[in-house]
Design a protein around this ligand. Structure first.
Ligand code: 26M
Length: 818
C-alpha cells in the first residue's frame, strides 16, 4: 500500500489474515464468514496487541531494572483519538492490515469506521497529552501517562432545528473496547473525608470513605523505537464493605447508594475547558487519579519493599503536572512520605520538591483553579493541614527574600480571611522544580503578568517549552498522500522521527514540478474530504473552492464571532452586487467547535453560525461563491480528515489570550496557509515559515494593552467601518433568525458595549487581509509554493522536539539504556 514506514514486521499479509481469523474464532466466537466489520476491527486490534506485548513487557522490565529516570505525565485528560491505525503503524503492520482485510473480504474503511473514538479530553490540553506520550514512546523514554478512564467522554454534539447545540452523553464503552486492559490486581485504595486525630504525637487521618481505583492499561507503542509504554487510566469501583455497612442499617436499595457514589467519581469528564466551577466531584476526581498514581509509582519502582528508601524517588521518576488539575499530588506525596513512610517534614519536602514540575496552559485569570479551603478540608482534611503548613513555610521563606509585604500577601498559596482559598497554580509553582508555559510568547507573559511575583522571586524555575504535535498521527496517518510526496522529495521516510528533515523540502519549493505535485495532493485531499462530508453529514462541498477552516473549542477569546462577521460581510457584498461575480473567489468556510454546555455566549455563537450557514447555503444569489458548513461533533477523527484538505486556517484569537494553539501547527504541517494574529505559537510559526508566507493581521499584545488603558469603545469601530456596521446590523435585524430580532440580542449588545476580546477593533484589519489572501489564491502555483514552505519550515513543531526540550530542560532524563 505504501512504500514507507515503520520497521516492517516479518509477518506477511497472509499470516496476519490468519491471526485475525484466529482472533475471530477463539476470542470473538465467530467465523470469518459470520463476522461483521466491527468483529474484524476487534479481532485486528487483539491481534496487533499481541505483536506489541513483548516490547511492552521488556520496556517495563528495563525501566524498573535500569537507572534511567522515568516520567509520569499526570493529566486529567488524554484525547487519544482512534487507536487502530496508530497501533498498526507502530507495529509495522499497516500494509499487512490492508491486504489481510481485503483477503478476508472486508472493506478497510468499514473496519476502521467500526472503532469508536474515545473522547477523554476537551481539546488542546488533552490532545497535547496524547501527542506527548506518543513522542515519549517513540524516543524510547520510559514513561507513564496517568489519568482517568471516564465512562462518559466529552459530550456528543448535535444541532437542533434552530441550529442550537444539544449535548448527548458519550457512552463510549457501549461496545467492546479492545485496547484497555483492566488490571484488578494492581488496584489502589483512595480515601476521602473524615478527620485527622493525634495518636502518640502523630497525625493520623481517619477517612470516612474510600474508593477502589482500578487501572485500565493502554499500550503506547513508539514509532520505530521498539518500545511500548503504558497509559494507565484509573476507573473508580466501590468496595463491597460499603453495602454491608449500609445494609445493616437500612433497605437493600439504599445499600447500594455508597457504591453508586464511589463509581460516580470516574463517571464523567467535565466539559468545561476554562472557568473551573470548584465542584466537589471535580476535586474528588483530581485526588482520585493522582493518589492512585503516586501509590502505583512507588509500587512499580520499589517492588515488594516494605521499607523503601524513598529519598531515591526523584531519581526514579518525576511527575509532570498537566495544568493545575493534578496539583493536589504535591500535598499527597508529602502526606504519603510523612504519614505512611515516617519521613520528617524537611526530608519529605526535599523529595516532593524534586518530584514535580508544572505546565501552565492558560493566561485567562478566570481559568486558574482556586479551591475553597473549606471544601478541601471536608474532602481531604489531612491535605488541608499540609497545604497550610506549606503555605506557612512559603510565607516565611518569602520574608527572607523580600520586604514587600503587599507582594507576599498577593503570593499566598492560601489566602487570608473569612473564607480562605487555595491557589493551585501558586502551590504548583512553589511545590515543584520547574514551571513552563507552552509557547515563547505565553511563557514570557506568564513571567511578566500572570505569575509575575513568582518569577521575581523564583526566576530560575521559569522556562518555556513550545508545544508540538505528533507527525505520526497528524501527517502520516491523516495525510498519506502528502506523506508519500515528502518521502519522495526527501528520498527517505526518516523525517517521521526527525521532523527537522522537512527542511530538505525548501529547495523543492523552487521546483515547479514538485510544487504542482504538492498542489495535486491538496486537491486530492479536498475531493476526499468532500466525499467524507457527503457520507457523514450529507454536505455538498465543492472541492474546487478554497477550503477555509476554523476548528477549536468555541470561546469568545478565540473569536469565532470575528470570522462569522466577516462571512456575513462577504455575503452582503455578493448579494448587493458590490463585488462583481467575476471578482468573487469561491470559498467554503468550515467551522468545527463544541461549546461548554453552560457557556451562553458560546452557544449563541454556534446558533448564529448555523443560521448564517442555512441562509447563505440556501441563497441562489451566492451559490458557488460562498458556502458555510458546520459539521457537528468536531473530534479528532474529523480533524484528521479536514486538516489535510484545508487551504486556509484561522488562528485569530485576541493577542495575549491563546496560550499556544496546536491546531495551527497541524495545519502548517499539512500545507495550509494561516491567517492569524500575533498570539501563542502563531508568533513562532510565522518566524519559522517566514513573514511572507503567513497572513498576519490585528493588534499586538501591547496594542491591546494600550487600547484597554485608553478605554475601549467598540461602538466607535462599528460606526467607523460600514462593512462592520452592516454585518452587525444584519445579525440584529433578524436576517439570520427568521425575523426574530431578539435571538442574538445578547451577542449584539455585548459586541457594541463590551466586546472584551476586541473583535470589533480587529475587524477592519481582518477584512483587509482577505484581499491579500484572495490575490495570492488566484495564483495557484505561488500559493502552493508558500504552503509548501510552511510544511518545509514547520518541523520544529513536532512533539518529538517538544519532548527533547522537556528532557533537557525539565526532566533531565532520556531514552532507556539497553
Ligand atoms: C478545569 C477545571 C474544571 C473543569 C475543567 C477544567 C479544564 C479542563 C481543560 C480547564 C482547562 C482545560 O484545558 C485548557 C486547554 O485546553 N488549554 C489549551 O492548551 C493547549 C495545549 O497547551 C494550548 O495549545 C491552548 O492554547 C490552550 O488554550
Amino acid at each position: 500500500m505504501t512504500e514507507h514506514t515503520a520497521p516492517m514486521s516479518p509477518t506477511t499479509p497472509g499470516e496476519f489474515a490468519d491471526e485475525i481469523r484466529k482472533e475471530l474464532k477463539y476470542t470473538q466466537g465467530v467465523t470469518a464468514e459470520q463476522a461483521t466489520p466491527a468483529d474484524v476491527y476487534v479481532a485486528t486490534a487483539t491481534a496487533v496487541r499481541k505483536h506489541l506485548v513483548d516490547s511492552w513487557a521488556s520496556t517495563q522490565h528495563d525501566m524498573v531494572a535500569g537507572s534511567t529516570k522515568a516520567v509520569g505525565y499526570f493529566s486529567a485528560e488524554f484525547l487519544m483519538g482512534k487507536q487502530l491505525l496508530n497501533a498498526l503503524l507502530n507495529a509495522g503492520l499497516s500494509d499487512q492490515f490492508y491486504d489481510a482485510v481485503k483477503e478476508l473480504g472486508f472493506d478497510v474503511q468499514d473496519v476502521i469506521d467500526s472503532e469508536y473514538e474515545p473522547g477523554l479530553g476537551n481539546g488542546g490540553l488533552g490532545r497535547l497529552a496524547a501527542c506527548y506520550i506518543d513522542s515519549l514512546a517513540s524516543k524510547g523514554v520510559p514513561a507513564f501517562g496517568y489519568g482517568i478512564q471516564y465512562r462518559y467522554g466529552i459530550f456528543k454534539q448535535e444541532f437542533d432545528e434552530q441550529g442550537a447545540q444539544v449535548e448527548r452523553p458519550d457512552y463510549w464503552l457501549a461496545n467492546e473496547e479492545p485496547w484497555g486492559h483492566i488490571d484488578y490486581n494492581r488496584s489502589q485504595r483512595v480515601n476521602y473525608g473524615g478527620s485527622v486525630v493525634e495518636e502518640n504525637g502523630k497525625k493520623v487521618w481517619k477517612p470516612a470513605w474510600s474508593v477502589r481505583a482500578v487501572p485500565v492499561d493502554y499500550m503506547v507503542p513508539g514509532y520505530a523505537s521498539g518500545r511500548v509504554n503504558t497509559l494507565r487510566l484509573w476507573s473508580a469501583k466501590s468496595y463491597d464493605e460499603f453495602d454491608l455497612l449500609a445494609f445493616n442499617k437500612s433497605e437493600y436499595v439504599d445499600a447500594v447508594k455508597p457504591q453508586v457514589a464511589a463509581e460516580n467519581i470516574s463517571k464523567i469528564l467535565y466539559p468545561e475547558d476554562s472557568t473551573p466551577q470548584g465542584k466537589a466531584l471535580r476535586l474528588e476526581q483530581q485526588y482520585f487519579f493522582v493518589a492512585a498514581s503516586i501509590q502505583d509509582a512507588i509500587r512499580v519502582f520499589y517492588p515488594g519493599e516494605e521499607n523503601p528508601d524513598l529519598t531515591t524517588f526523584p531519581s526514579k521518576i518525576c511527575f509532570q503536572l498537566n495544568d493545575t488539575h493534578p496539583v493536589i499530588g504535591i500535598p499527597e506525596l508529602m502526606r504519603v512520605l510523612i504519614d505512611e513512610y515516617g519521613y520528617d517534614w524537611d526530608t519529605a519536602w526535599s523529595i516532593t520538591n524534586k518530584s514535580f514540575n508544572y505546565t501552565c496552559h492558560t493566561l485567562l485569570p478566570e481559568a486558574l483553579e482556586v479551591w475553597s479551603a473549606k471544601l478541601i478540608g471536608e474532602l481531604l482534611p489531612r491535605h488541608l493541614e499540609i497545604i497550610n503548613k506549606i503555605n506557612e513555610q512559603f510565607v516565611a521563606e518569602l520574608g527572607t527574600k523580600t520586604n514587600d509585604s503587599a507582594k507576599i500577601d498577593r503570593m499566598r498559596i492560601v489566602t487570608d480571611g473569612e473564607d480562605p482559598q487555595v491557589h493551585m497554580a501558586y502551590l504548583a509553582t512553589y511545590g515543584g522544580l520547574h514551571v513552563n508555559g507552552v509557547a515563547a510568547l505565553h511563557s514570557q507573559l506568564l513571567k511578566d503578568v500572570t505569575l509575575r511575583d513568582f518569577s521575581d522571586v523564583y526566576g530560575d524555575k521559569f522556562t518555556n517549552v513550545t508545544n508540538g504535535v505528533t507527525p505520526r498521527r497528524f501527517i502520516r496517518i491523516a495525510n498519506p498522500r502528502l506523506s508519500a510526496l515528502i518521502t519522495e522529495g526527501l528520498g527517505t521516510d526518516r523525517w517521521l522521527s526527525d521532523l527537522d528533515m522537512l527542511e530538505g523540502l525548501v529547495p523543492l519549493a523552487k521546483d515547479d514540478e514538485f510544487v504542482k505535485k504538492f498542489a495535486a495532493v491538496k486537491q486530492a485531499n479536498k475531493v476526499a474530504f468532500s466525499n467524507y462530508a457527503k457520507r457523514e453529514y450529507d454536505f455538498d462541498i465543492d472541492p474546487n473552492t478554497m477550503v477555509n477552516s476554523m476548528i477549536k473549542r468555541l470561546h469568545e477569546y478565540k473569536r469565532q464571532s470575528l470570522k462569522i462577521l466577516s462571512v456575513i460581510s462577504q455575503y452582503a457584498d455578493i448579494k448587493s452586487g458590490k463585488v462583481s461575480a467575476d471578482d468573487i473567489l469561491p470559498r467554503t468556510v468550515v467551522f468545527g467547535a463544541k461549546a461548554a454546555p453552560g457557556y451562553k455566549m458560546a452557544k449563541l455563537t454556534i446558533q448564529l453560525i448555523n443560521n448564517v450557514a442555512r441562509v447563505v447555503n440556501n441563497d441562489p444569489d451566492v451559490k458557488g461563491k460562498l458556502a458555510v458548513y458546520y459539521p457537528w461533533n468536531y473530534n479528532i477523527r474529523l480533524a484528521q480528515h479536514l486538516i489535510p484538505a484545508t487551504d486556509l486556517d484561522e488562528q485569530i484569537s485576541q493577542a495575549g489570550k491563546e496560550a499556544s494553539g496546536t491546531g495551527n501547527m497541524k495545519f502548517a504541517l499539512n500545507g495550509a496557509m494561516t491567517v492569524g494574529t500575533l498570539d501563542g505559537a502563531n508568533v513562532e510559526i510565522r518566524e519559522r515559515v517566514g513573514a511572507e508566507n503567513f497572513f498576519l493581521f490585528g493588534m499586538t499584545v501591547d496594542e491591546v494593552e494600550a487600547l484597554y488603558a485608553k478605554g475601549y469603545e467598540p461602538k466607535s469601530y462599528y460606526e467607523a467601518d460600514p462593512r462592520l456596521k452592516q454585518a452587525v446590523d444584519m445579525v440584529a435585524d433578524g436576517t439570520f433568525s427568521e425575523g426574530d430580532k431578539g435571538l442574538y440580542e445578547p451577542l449584539v449588545t455585548d459586541w457594541l458595549n463590551k466586546d472584551y476580546f476586541m473583535t470589533l477593533a480587529d475587524f477592519s484589519a481582518y477584512m483587509d487581509i482577505q484581499g491579500e489572501i484572495e490575490t495570492l489564491y488566484r495564483e495557484p502555483l505561488e500559493w502552493s509554493r508558500k504552503a509548501l514552505l510552511n510544511v518545509a519550515n514547520s518541523g520544529f513543531f513536532s512533539s518529538d522536539r517538544a519532548i527533547d526540550d522537556y528532557l533537557r530542560d525539565i526532566w533531565e532524563t532520556g531514552p532507556l539504556g539497553e
